[in-house]
Ligand binder design. Structure first.
Ligand code: ATP
Ligand code: MG
Length: 604
């Protein structure tokens, strides 16, 4: 098709939109791809729609290649299925809820696990019907706390979401692997670098999960990677666990007066003053010798508040996001929780806790924390606290600490949890070298849901032996509108967008520059021939628009090849420019079409 700029519904803008913080947002608005309708909600204009369609097309082809079939659900859904899985409540303020005229509750779906599960339950009943993978490309609604960066974090956005259904774990593994492969191919074809990182399953439940992060400074997700290829979301990083230490000859623990030492810094300073340690014994005391006990309050899905204490080496901070992602298995009820440092009120209700001097207790016979300790508080420790490690920690009395307290000999714990901040330089758990931190945008996310949704909604099929079995599921999402933004973000310069061929709104942008009739006639002819050769063509046929404006618009819009018909025509040549490299070449009129067709073909 030839899109004529004299007719195309397009207005490019010279000024940046005031609310745009990132380049993709600024340029997509300025180049006339999208318009803001409300915070985090965007209208798609013709050029934007063609990029969006091209991205969707790549996704559809790769979904078809793994045998996934497309369906389409409504976005407006009844509350009931989401009540069964408790997500109506768990989503909190994160979703849009509404009522119909009869007062019945509805929601605008943030994701569709429940509906897909029920659809399959509706239609299928035998193992012979499985495996099945179905997907949709559809609008999702989330009342994001901070809609941000245009399409990157919208409140209405398009997601490709697929769901797999299998009779057994091996089947789920295969469906998951197929999706993983498809995702890598999708992002490869889109020209969008992604790193699959290990993720925690979070509120979705289930076991295995990976996110596909596009590395960029403007990303909101922090992840870590090693030179040797390990990559994980910070929440999912596991600590390299040291070996247990033989404590048979360790001296007995000793309680000492350490007045005015409620913090790690003051404790380290006082220890070096009051009980200096010889080089042979480990040299000067540091934060790493201390066991810090942090009191947290968890708000359970039931609304109840539970106190949890975590013990970690004092030279590290607690990372509450990591605690939150990993604490589920220690809590009495499953579901969304909130976690924060305990407040004065919590401490008042637990008068045994001496702030600044809390410790796990002095002997296993009389535990203070953990293993049904006196304070009856759940006590979890960092994986570095292994049996035989020796610590300086609170003696549960103001102004007193215990020295030489041995893990496993003098104190125990209810469980081990990933709870400390991950630092650059920490070892990767697979031995592939030290970790470095990086930022990224989550482009896709794949989950092994397992039987959580199928169980809640009773999706069962008959297996080979005629027995009813609960189906096991996976769910797999790609942010489609987010992909458009990420592509714009990673493909632009100071003049405008620079689309990769796979998603550009057209293959070539023909510009008629100057006045003569001959210029317009030749440009028109070339545009039509390019179209006849099967290319998508934008043709700037606007009369009385200055060359500067036309070139400026072509560069802003970002089609990979710009063909200008202008002054060179008296010598029988047109100028063909590569938007990415800026390289321009004069090509004779009769060879121009073949030249462009080749350029397009070679770069596909
Ligand atoms: P995030 O952590 O960025 O909020 P999420 O983990 O909540 O995302 P999922 O539920 O895993 O997102 O959704 C699948 C995909 O949908 C994400 O990987 C992302 O690409 C996309 N997505 C999620 N939320 C948004 C949003 N508000 N705007 C645009 N795309 C989104
Ligand atoms: Mg996610």
């Amino acid at each position: 098709m030839v899109l004529r700029l004299s007719k195309l519904f397009l207005r490019t803008l010279r000024e940046d939109p005031v609310d745009a913080e990132v380049a993709s947002h600024r340029l997509l608005v300025r180049a006339g791809y999208i318009r803001r309708a409300a915070p985090g909600i965007y209208t798609w204009l013709p050029l934007g729609l063609s990029v969006l369609r091209r991205v969707e097309q790549v996704i559809r082809e790769e979904m078809a290649a793994i045998g996934a079939q497309e369906v389409h659900f409504p976005a407006l859904l009844p509350k009931e299925p989401y009540e069964v899985t408790n997500r109506w409540t768990e989503y909190g303020d994160g979703i849009f809820r509404l009522k119909d005229r009869k007062g019945a509750d509805y929601l605008l779906a943030p994701t569709h696990e429940e509906m897909f599960t029920l659809l399959v339950k509706d239609l299928y009943s035998s193992y012979k019907d499985l495996p099945l993978s179905i997907y949709q490309i559809q609008n999702k609604y989330r009342d994001e706390a901070r809609p941000r960066a245009g399409l990157l974090r919208g409140r209405e956005f398009i997601m490709k979401d697929s769901y797999s259904f299998d009779v057994d774990d091996a089947g789920l593994d295969a469906s998951y692997a197929a999706h993983r492969g498809a995702y890598l191919r999708i992002f490869e074809r889109l020209g969008l670098e992604v790193i699959p990182v290990a993720a925690t399953a979070g509120a979705m439940g289930g076991s295995k999960s990976e996110e596909f992060l596009h590395p960029t400074e403007i990303g909101e997700d922090t992840f870590v990677r090693s030179a040797g290829g390990y990559a994980a979301n910070v929440e999912a990083v596991t600590t390299v666990v040291p070996d247990d230490i033989d404590f048979s000859t360790a001296p007995a623990a000793e309680v000492l007066d350490t007045p005015g030492t409620p913090t790690i810094d003051t404790l380290v300073e006082a220890s070096n003053r009051l009980v200096p340690r010889s080089e042979a014994d480990g040299g000067a005391w540091t934060g790493a010798d201390t066991l810090k006990n942090v009191v947290l309050a968890v708000t359970l899905p039931t609304g109840e508040r539970q106190i949890v204490v975590i013990g970690l080496p004092g030279d590290r901070g607690a990372d509450l996001k990591r605690v939150e992602a990993n604490i589920g298995r220690f809590l009495p009820v499953a579901g969304e929780i909130a976690l924060e440092a305990a407040n004065e009120d919590d401490l008042k209700k637990n008068p045994l806790i001496v702030k600044g001097y809390l410790g796990p207790g002095l002997s296993l016979d009389e535990p203070f924390l953990g293993l049904e300790g006196a304070a009856k508080l759940l006590y979890l420790v960092d994986p570095r606290v292994v049996s035989g490690t020796t610590w300086v920690t609170g003696a549960n009395e103001a102004g007193k600490h215990v020295y030489g307290l041995v893990a496993g000999r003098d104190f125990g714990w209810d469980g081990v949890i990933e709870c400390t901040e991950v630092r650059a330089g920490d070892e990767a758990p697979d031995g592939s070298g030290p970790l470095e931190t990086a930022r990224g945008i989550e482009m896709g996310h794949i989950f092994q849901l397992g039987r959580k949704y199928a169980e809640a909604l009773e999706l069962k099929v008959l297996d080979q032996n005629g027995k009813q079995v609960v189906v096991t599921m996976g769910s797999y999402g790609v942010g489609v509108t987010r992909a458009v933004a990420a592509l714009a973000e990673s493909n632009h310069d100071d003049k405008g967008l620079v689309w990769p061929r796979a998603v550009a709104p057209a293959d070539v942008h023909v510009v008629a520059v100057g006045r003569g009739e001959e210029i317009f006639d030749t440009a028109e002819k070339i545009a039509l021939e390019l179209e006849a050769a099967g290319l998508e063509v934008i043709y700037d046929d606007r009369p009385k628009v200055s060359p500067g404006v036309k070139f400026g618009d072509a560069e802003l819009v970002g089609v990979p090849t710009i063909l200008a018909v202008g002054r060179g025509l008296v010598d029988g040549v047109v100028e063909i420019k590569d938007r990415r490299t800026g390289e321009a070449e004069n090509v004779t009129v009769d060879k121009a079409v073949a030249f462009v067709v080749n350029a397009v073909r070679n770069s596909r």
